[in-house]
Write a protein that binds this ligand. Structure first.
Ligand code: SF4
Ligand code: SF4
Ligand code: ZN
Length: 265
């Protein structure tokens, strides 16, 4: 297996994964979406809410605020020995905001965590706009859970892949038909032949309009069944790099559990 990193930022990554089959690539995608545990607000106790939103709507907004933490600091609630939540699987937040003389937007950054190592991934996510005199006071409990149980625990938000395109051009007569046909303007003509620059191959959508336009079948577009261009984004619960590492760890864990079960048969 090989990984060629194309782009990496704090929240997103793009890389080519080669030497694997589609089921492995899909397993990695699903692990990032559903199997890496994150903290998310699951219970909310409202003490005072005079805003225009019902308590339930406030709860829904709080549940979708990504919470940054370390993978190893907590255990998933379903794997914890407690029943109702404990410091090993959950963190509490308090929020108390009152609009005095002016409108006041309540933001995710107004949540005060009981654990200094845990906080909302972004402090500027709006929760509700308070008008003068309105207030919101609540306590919320975030528990560690899995995206396969509920979207609130989904750390990967835009994880997908496509096969690496392979574009072969032989015996081209430079008629230019494929250049005009390509909706992404990836094909150019040089002195001898039509060509696609190596970087532009990654942008090919595999639509094959170029091949359809070529009367002499000089251009062929196919996909490499063992190479995938992966694109992923994290919701901020983890950095993109950490989310990929965590996803790989969950796959390894599952494989070793299966191995153990098979050995005991
Ligand atoms: S397959 Fe489509 S996107 Fe790719 S080079 Fe041909 S026309 Fe362009
Ligand atoms: S359509 Fe075919 S022959 Fe014409 S430039 Fe493209 S590859 Fe060459
Ligand atoms: Zn617990």
């Amino acid at each position: 297996m090989e990984v060629d990193l194309l782009e990496l930022s704090d929240r997103s990554a793009r890389f080519i994964l080669s030497g694997v089959d589609a089921s492995f690539a899909n397993g990695l995608r699903r692990a990032m979406l559903a199997d890496v545990p994150t903290l998310a607000i699951e219970e909310v106790g409202i003490y005072n809410n005079t805003s225009v939103l019902y308590d339930e709507q406030i709860g829904l907004r709080l549940a979708l605020i990504p919470i940054a933490t370390n993978y190893d600091e907590f255990v998933p609630h379903t794997e914890c020995s407690c029943e109702d939540g404990c410091p090993a699987c959950s963190v509490t937040f308090t929020l108390s905001v009152e609009a005095e003389d002016e409108d006041r937007m309540v933001y995710s950054g107004d949540l005060v965590s009981s654990d200094p190592k845990v906080s909302p991934a972004d402090s500027s996510i709006p929760i509700v706009l308070l008008k003068p005199g309105q207030k919101l006071v609540l306590e919320a409990t975030a528990t560690m859970g899995f995206g396969h149980d509920h979207a609130r625990w989904q750390a990967g938000v835009a994880c997908g892949y496509k096969n690496l395109p392979v574009i072969e051009i032989h015996d081209c007569d430079r008629c230019g038909a494929c250049v005009k046909a390509c909706p992404r303007s990836l094909i150019t003509l040089d002195a001898d032949s039509a060509k696609v620059a190596a970087d532009d191959v990654l942008k090919c959508s595999l639509c094959k309009l170029c091949a359809d336009a070529c009367d002499i079948n000089a251009i062929n577009v196919s996909e490499d069944v063992n190479s995938f261009i992966f694109t992923m984004e994290s919701d901020g619960s983890y950095s993109a790099q950490q989310l990929i590492i965590n996803a790989v760890s969950t796959i390894k864990e599952k494989a070793s559990r299966l191995n153990k079960i098979l050995e005991e048969l």
